[in-house]
Every structure is written in structure tokens, then in C-alpha cells.
Design a protein around this ligand. Structure first.
Ligand code: G4P
Length: 290
């Protein structure tokens, strides 16, 4: 799939992250709980290899709760890594995040230094919403330290906990074909970089194989008949149900695709996660063989 790549932005982000990493104790990576592996950034993993890491599976309200548990266990099994699931409505998000970080970097006896944490995430994982929610009514303060640009904010969540927001954009890196589709379905990849009909068909292919009851319920499809439908037959049906019609009553496939993607992004089809650790492993293996 043709996803646009932004080496210029990436280079800038890489430089800024490398610089900031020198003076933080650990790194938080915000992920989209519906696509935890696809929304991870391998560059960040490489740059911050020696730092403790907290993975936040955000938007858990939209994700499959059982699969979120599986992903949390997978991340927690990695060295020096903790993981929690959150969503924008969680009033205790800041407390949970600080507690999870403290588990990784406990207070050292007799040392009163604040915990310095860099928070990163590819676009659309909900990092800004999460930070704003955690700051509450307090406005984000900008640190006056030399070397901190205006765009790189130091956010005071507690006296002994300093959060640094990543300067610049951390773009996703598409390692396997499936992650391109999953990022596109989630809305992380801009509309101009993808063909919505292709993305919707890929999404429907996954949903009919892994979330058939939710699909049937959302679009009131006959259980027996629709259990054998192909992706394009599902798109036709959704177009019909959502009134995506051209003059003469034919289905407007572009509109039907947009409707499908909007319904998925808004959680209208149900709580869905587009990848499991096991599936990810298989996709990676396949990508390495090609
Ligand atoms: P970013 O900084 O990582 O780029 O993401 P941002 O906070 O801008 O969030 C991207 C979209 O995801 C926003 O929706 C935001 O409302 C939504 N979002 C963030 N966190 C959560 C969450 O935990 N649960 C759910 N369901 N949605 C979340 P948008 O449609 O782009 O904008 P908006 O008009 O809704 O704000």
C-alpha cells in the first residue's frame, strides 16, 4: 500500500528525541489499543533501548477488552517495560501513569530528584487528549531550561514528576503490510495517502473473519446468509443500509467505504482490536520472508 513517508520530519524528530533522551529517566510510548503493534515506532525503540519504558494502550474504550489484556501481558513480559490501558474519560489517568512509571523507576533512598519522563506517540493515538485530560484545568507550563524549545513542553503533573512532550512528529513506520491497513483504518494515516475503498475492504475482510457477530448486528444482516459474504458483498450491504446510493439506486462504493471507516473509528461496530500478538508474529515472519 502506498503510504507517504516523511524522511525530513523523521530526521528532525530523531535529532530532538536523541537530545532529550540524554536527560530523562524513562520513556512513555502512547499506543492505540486497537493496533498496539502497528502504532509502535521502531525508531523510538532503537533510540531509547537502554531506558525503562511504559507503554500506554490508549483508547481502550474502543478496543476489545480481552485482546487489550493479552497485549498488556505481552508488553509486560519485555525487559524493563511496564504497560497500562487508559482512555480519555479516565479521571485517574495521571495517578495511574505516575504509579506505573514509579514501578519502573522507584524513588532512590535519600535522593529527592524528580522523575523525568519523555512522552511520545505517533499521530492520532490520543497523546494530546490524554495530556490535556491529565493536566485538567491547569494550563501546560513551558520549561525555561536552555535547550528546551518552545514546542517541547515540560508538563508538571506532580512536584516529583516531570513530563516532557516530544518535539516534532513521530511518524509510524510500516513494517508489515497489515499495519499499513490498520493505521489507515484507525485514521492515523491521512486521507490523501490512501484509497478508502481498499482500506474499507481490508477492514471488512478482518472483521468478517474475527468479529462477524458485531458486523452482523451493526448492519442488521441475516446471520446465515451473511456468514458467507465476501468483503465486496459486505461493502454493498453497508452502502445499502447506510443509504450510500448513486442516482439510479446503485451503491456508491466510495461513500460506503467512508461510512464503514467512520463507523469503525467511532466504535459503532463494537470494541475491536485489529491485531493480536500471535497475528503480529505471523505477519512479521511473512514480511521477513518476502
Ligand atoms: P494525538 O495527539 O496523538 O495526535 O491525538 P489526539 O489527542 O488529537 O486524538 C486523536 C483523536 O482521538 C481525537 O478525535 C480524540 O478525540 C480521539 N481520542 C483521544 N483519546 C481517546 C480515547 O481514549 N478514546 C476515544 N474514543 N477517543 C479518543 P478526533 O475525532 O480527531 O477529534 P475530536 O473532535 O474528537 O477531538
Amino acid at each position: 500500500m502506498a503510504i507517504q513517508w516523511y524522511p525530513g520530519h523523521m530526521h528532525k524528530a530523531k535529532k530532538a528525541i536523541t537530545e532529550r533522551l540524554k536527560s530523562v529517566d524513562m520513556v512513555i510510548e502512547v499506543l492505540d489499543a486497537r493496533l498496539p503493534a502497528s502504532s509502535e515506532n521502531p525508531l523510538l525503540a532503537k533510540l531509547s533501548a537502554d531506558k525503562p519504558k511504559l507503554k500506554i494502550l490508549n483508547k481502550q474504550d474502543l478496543a476489545d477488552a480481552e485482546r487489550t489484556e493479552t497485549w498488556l501481558a505481552e508488553f509486560q513480559s519485555r525487559a524493563n517495560t511496564n504497560a497500562i490501558a487508559l482512555d480519555a474519560s479516565d479521571r485517574s489517568a495521571a495517578a495511574k501513569m505516575i504509579e506505573a512509571c514509579r514501578k519502573l523507576v522507584p524513588h532512590r533512598k535519600g535522593i529527592d530528584k524528580p522523575l523525568r519522563v519523555l512522552i511520545c506517540g505517533i499521530p492520532n493515538v490520543g497523546k494530546s487528549t490524554l495530556i490535556n485530560g491529565m493536566l485538567g484545568k491547569k494550563s501546560a507550563k513551558t520549561g525555561n531550561e536552555p535547550g528546551i524549545t518552545k514546542a517541547e513542553q515540560r508538563l508538571f503533573l506532580a512536584d516529583d514528576f516531570w513530563l516532557y512532550d516530544t518535539p516534532g512528529m513521530l511518524w509510524p513506520k510500516i513494517i508489515v503490510e497489515e499495519s499499513g491497513y490498520n493505521l489507515a483504518a484507525s485514521g492515523a494515516v491521512g486521507r490523501n495517502a490512501l484509497d478508502e475503498e481498499v482500506v474499507a475492504l481490508e477492514l471488512l475482510d478482518y472483521l468478517r473473519r474475527h468479529y462477524l457477530p458485531q458486523l452482523q448486528a451493526r448492519y442488521q444482516a441475516d446471520k446465515d446468509a451473511s456468514s458467507h459474504w465476501r468483503d465486496d458483498e459486505w461493502l454493498e450491504w453497508i452502502g445499502k443500509k447506510r443509504g450510500a446510493l448513486l442516482p439510479g439506486g446503485r451503491i456508491n462504493h466510495q461513500k460506503a467505504a467512508e461510512n464503514t471507516l467512520t463507523d469503525f473509528r467511532d466504535g459503532q461496530i463494537g470494541r475491536i482490536t485489529l491485531e493480536t500478538p500471535h497475528q503480529w508474529e505471523i505477519w512479521l515472519k511473512k514480511a521477513r520472508q518476502n
